[in-house]
Design a protein around this ligand. Structure first.
Ligand SMILES: [Zn+2]
Length: 249
């Protein structure tokens, strides 16, 4: 299968959000991106970045930098497809920086953890900013609630990794036997440093579940000999291939 990483721009948060309680007072710019997967069953997109207008309105202190070329429709076109070609969206979770492009993908079924959907609609007060972009819940959205580990297509597996949010998923892509599987851990940890040290983000729903999920993705990476892809690490992002370049596995 072919895999593209879609650049959806950057944001800024304090270091103490990246590594819980550590490094307060240091602003850090970080990337956001989606993962477009072309496999035999169709075109799938894992996470859809943030909506610039929403962030400017609700979270301007995160200093968004996003060109028109870094929106989901533009990025999908860069790979040779139209937004309407995307048959399935998987949202790792429903935070604003993972769902902003959902509304541009009218033909897609949208797979989300069932508890995450309920939480996104009625979250705890401390989670309100995280879940502030509710445009994923538009009237025509074809939401498909899921639970447990699930293989959504041959070689495309979702693993439950809660903690950061109540219904958070990571995605493992497994291709030809001679290729390295790819493991996208979404927000289990944001950066290589926090992954290596086992430090979850300051923002979380359940820190005990979060610790277990960090161990879970480490075990998955070892078991499948997979390459880990960090979501919010600018240095790591610089080492990845960006659309229209792609991975073939
Ligand atoms: Zn998040």
């Amino acid at each position: 299968m072919r895999v593209w990483l879609l650049d959806t721009g950057t944001l800024v948060i304090d270091q103490s959000h990246i590594t819980w309680n550590q490094g307060a007072g240091t602003p850090v710019r970080f990337p956001t991106y989606g993962v477009l997967v072309e496999h035999e069953d169709g075109l799938l997109l894992f996470d859809t970045g943030y909506d610039l207008e929403h962030v400017n309105e609700v979270l301007p202190f995160e200093l968004p930098e996003q060109e028109v070329s870094q929106t989901i429709p533009a990025q999908v076109e860069l790979c040779g497809f139209a937004a309407s070609d995307v048959a399935m969206v998987v949202n790792s979770h429903l935070h604003f920086d993972h769902v902003g492009g959902n509304k541009h993908l009218p033909a897609a079924e949208v797979l989300v953890d069932a508890r995450e959907i309920a939480q996104g609609r009625n979250c705890e007060p401390f989670e309100a900013l995280g879940y502030s972009d509710r445009t994923w819940d538009h009237g025509a959205a074809r939401l498909v609630p899921i639970s447990g580990d699930v293989e959504v297509a041959p070689g495309v597996r979702l693993f439950e990794t809660p903690g950061h949010t109540i219904g958070h998923y990571s995605m493992l892509l497994t291709g030809a036997p001679d290729s390295r599987p790819m493991l996208f851990i979404a927000d289990v940890t944001y950066t290589q440093d926090s992954y290596d040290r086992g430090v979850q983000a300051g923002f979380h729903h359940d820190p005990v579940a979060g610790v277990r999920s960090i161990q879970r993705v480490k075990d998955l990476a070892a078991e499948h000999r997979a390459d880990i892809f960090l979501t919010h690490d600018l240095e790591a992002w610089g080492t990845y291939r960006h659309a229209p370049e792609h991975y073939t596995i």
